[in-house]
Design a protein around this ligand. Sequence first.
Ligand SMILES: NC(=O)C1=CN([C@@H]2O[C@H](COP(=O)(O)OP(=O)(O)OC[C@H]3O[C@@H](n4cnc5c(N)ncnc54)[C@H](OP(=O)(O)O)[C@@H]3O)[C@@H](O)[C@H]2O)C=CC1
Ligand SMILES: O=C(O)[C@H](O)COP(=O)(O)O
Length: 483
Amino acid sequence: MASNVSELTTYKAYLQGEWKKSSSDETIAIQSPYLRKAIGYVQAVTQDEVDEAIKAAHKAQKSWAELSLSERGAYLDKWADELVNNSEDIATAIMQEVGKGFKDAKKEVVRTADLIRYTVQEALHMHGESLRGEGFPGGDQKKIGIVERAPLGVVLAISPFNYPVNLAASKVAPALMAGNGVIFKPATQGSISGIKMIQALDKTGLPKGVLSLTTGRGSVIGDYLVEHKGIDMISFTGGSGTGRHLSKQTAMIPLVLELGGKDPALVAEDADMDVAVKSIMNGAFSYSGQRCTAIKRVLVNEKVADELVDRLKSEIEKLTVGSPEEDSTIVPLIDDKSADFVQSLIDDALNKKATLVTGNKRQDNLIYPTLLDHVTEDMDVAWIEPFGPVLPIIRVKSDEEAIELANRSEFGLQASVFSQDIDRALDVARQVEAGTVQINGRTERGPDHFPFLGVKASGMGVQGIHHSILSMSRERVTVLNLK
Ligand SMILES: NC(=O)C1=CN([C@@H]2O[C@H](COP(=O)(O)OP(=O)(O)OC[C@H]3O[C@@H](n4cnc5c(N)ncnc54)[C@H](OP(=O)(O)O)[C@@H]3O)[C@@H](O)[C@H]2O)C=CC1
Ligand SMILES: O=C(O)[C@H](O)COP(=O)(O)O
């Protein structure tokens, strides 16, 4: 914690529609992963301020929910416009704060505006239903059920560092369209981008109190927020450890968790190698592998393993490594601790006799892309999510062995299956335990209107625009009993 800092911007928290300094008089320094210095400070919001924000959100939510969908949508459409108008500035914040390449950071902002606009349209086009009592034995025509959707109250949105704008808006937008108040807790490393995103929302004239942004360490205000009686639903994206902790802290409120992954690429001997190589490269190494949906292990049939490894090696050695300001694919990891962790997985595998094909070079938190072959089940890198640019190759003899290894993981976010025989690919895909299986393509969340979910330790509940609106609202059933 730091205080009385003058040179860098100290960002205020957005509480009850006002930009305020916290009464804690404490700020948190945000370190840039590649500039390796502080780039700004955010408020360490207190528990009393959290109480006030939640109280105000409940009050404001009532009149917010009384606005028509189109009226709510008009605020969100303006928000999307503001994001696009300020995309250079917001993308610069994302780049500096989480070390994402500038072009990708800008794409994140534009994707977010598209997501918000689609969320408005989706909400406008969602319909309730009516049911006739006579449809059930003993029922009659005079009983008519009207099923509408009602907001839940106040939604707590907690986002991770790696998509500080997009993964935050993918919670905030559906929550608002469903008529809820929102408390938004950004990842600490990601707070400045989150603040800039909310500055854009504030410019739309959003009614005061509907949304508050509470910056502060998850370890300090996280549990307090999660256990707060005023929170009616939590949408969380982050690590599986944090998600598991949250699920123990909450009681009797809906919870959507999007967590970590160890997405496998299953490569059959009849795969189109051009497609497999391109998809694996893109899936494993973009943003240095800091994507929940990154390909994090390759299960390749031994008949084509040498060819795949040679081709991956040559592509990896062409990857640009360096600064996000130059749009390098491989950029410094979010912090030194994360780089130490990735290094420990590489070291463990090499100590246990994995073959180093390329990589294993490091400068501070910049880990060069690393390909490990002949990875075996006793190595941590076969099972643990690195969130960094290291790719283990596990050679298998059959589809059955690949499926067995894929499913033995505690995770089940996504998987990719590569085969030119569509019947075979579909058969394998259906046996893999994952929220989504991509056939002949890289693992990825988008397009954002597709359902997005993880099974096992990768999550609970479903995101994706339509499902997020559903998860942030409930059925309201009114029954007409006619004379
Ligand atoms: N399935 C998916 O959709 C995605 C999953 N992820 C996963 O997220 C991880 C990386 O993101 P990362 O930000 O490091 O994840 P973390 O789990 O460390 O943090 C996620 C969020 O939770 C907050 N938090 C931490 N402790 C608590 C607590 N006790 N109560 C409430 N909130 C808390 C963090 O705040 P603070 O920063 O202040 O600690 C942050 O806002 C990876 O495992 C990745 O796979 C990432 C993106 C998408
Ligand atoms: O945070 C993540 O990693 C995302 O949810 C994955 O999004 P992407 O597949 O669009 O990168």
